[in-house]
Design a binder for this molecule. Structure first.
Ligand code: ZN
Ligand code: ZN
Length: 102
């Protein structure tokens, strides 16, 4: 004889997760992955001229991309991330060196 579960006494332990309807993006990555990758993520740091990788912290200033550690005053190498900076010939300069000759 089959014992039936009493109905409605046990709350649903695991409610079905909400599903978001939406687009399923499928990428075709077979062709020229490296070329596309280079185009998208191959941004060069204007400070050290090395590539900025996807996981690197970087910032954009003066129309270039920089590792956050490379965005330094061209004279004293002080890090200028988030600071007031000036620029001369596409080089960032700190306040103190902004008006001194390079
Ligand atoms: Zn750099
Ligand atoms: Zn400086």
């Amino acid at each position: 004889m089959r014992v039936e579960q009493p109905p409605a006494t046990t709350p649903h332990a695991s409610p079905s997760p909400l599903r978001q309807g939406g687009l399923i993006l499928s990428f075709s990555v077979s062709r020229s992955l490296s070329a596309d990758y280079e185009k998208m993520f191959g941004t060069k740091c204007h400070g050290c001229d090395f590539k900025i990788d996807a996981g690197d912290r970087f910032l954009e200033a003066l129309g270039y991309s920089w590792h956050d550690s490379c965005f330094v005053c061209a004279v004293c190498q002080m890090n200028l991330e988030g600071k007031t900076f000036y620029s001369k010939k596409d080089k960032p300069l700190c306040k103190g060196h902004a008006f001194s000759p390079l």
